[in-house]
Design a protein around this ligand. Structure first.
Ligand SMILES: [Zn+2]
Ligand SMILES: [Zn+2]
Length: 275
């Protein structure tokens, strides 16, 4: 079984003391793929550096989060471009997305106009570079949809989806994937559970958004990629399907969305030296 944590801030300072142990626990829970988005220029750089240290397991996004969008300028955009454009045949295969980007009108940590400018510019950049976007949305559904709909279709993921079925249908109609995180395991979130049970199997991902949003029943603890198994198990249960099948589908979806290279198949051949 291969689980993919499609959104994990494993570069965060919360993991600076025990990151290797955290990644080892992930492997032990069969979490073999992790997408680590940036939230500003320094964390985009640290996400890429971490991906370089763990090739084939960690892939990075480069982008500026709405919380960090205050003062977003042409110079900021040029930095995101420099980092994100590392992809492609001659570039850096570790960078697979522009993100995380979006709008957050719940916490409003950056002025709304700065958020809108940063989001619009980075969506356009992702299209220019032919990269998917990783979208963060809090209380900004209509504004995000208005920005994205002008493009007709969008390659991207709505990370930590917490909306209702109508919102999910709008995102899916654009071509986006929905990624479910810890909230789908919280007993009060019945509307979200209905979306997770209903959404098309070929359009869903699972994630931790660690170190935040720890799944039930460990909500008091720091979150980490191993816990994506709890999210995946909940979604599988809601859909009435085996966990292994849900893991395979969501990993294949992540590979398609982020255009990841094929995973080496451990069962296909004995390791070198074992012949
Ligand atoms: Zn987010
Ligand atoms: Zn995030």
């Amino acid at each position: 079984m291969l689980l993919t944590d499609s959104h994990a801030h494993v570069n965060a300072r919360h993991f600076s003391r025990d990151r290797d142990a955290v990644l080892q626990r992930a492997r032990e829970r069969q979490v073999g793929l992790i997408i680590c988005p940036g939230t500003d220029i320094p964390t985009s750089e640290s996400a890429i550096a971490l991906a370089h240290q763990h090739p084939g397991m960690i892939y990075a996004g480069a982008g500026v989060h709405p919380h960090d969008s205050a003062g977003f300028s042409d110079a900021t955009l040029a930095e995101v471009r420099r980092l994100a454009a590392g992809t492609g045949p001659s570039g850096d295969p570790a960078v697979v997305a522009v993100g995380e980007i979006g709008l957050d009108f719940f916490r409003n940590l950056s002025p709304a106009e700065d958020q809108r400018r940063a989001f619009a510019a980075q969506v356009a950049l992702a299209r220019e570079l032919d990269l998917p976007i990783i979208v963060h949305n809090r209380d900004a559904h209509a504004d995000i949809m208005a920005e994205l709909k002008q493009y007709g279709t969008v390659r991207g993921v709505w990370h930590c989806f917490i909306g209702d079925r109508a919102m999910a249908e709008e995102g899916l109609a654009l071509g986006m994937y929905l990624s479910f995180a810890g909230p789908v395991t919280y007993p009060a979130n019945t509307a979200l559970m209905e979306v997770a049970a209903w959404a098309p199997l070929d359009r869903i991902l699972v994630e931790t958004d660690c170190p935040y949003l720890t799944p039930h029943p460990n909500r008091r603890d720091r979150n980490e990629p191993a816990n994506v198994a709890l999210v995946a198990a909940k979604v599988a249960q809601l859909r009435g399907m085996p966990l292994a099948d849900l893991a395979a589908a969501t990993s294949a979806n992540a590979a398609a969305l982020f255009r990841l290279p094929p995973m080496p198949d451990a069962s296909a051949a004995p390791p070198r030296g074992a012949e």
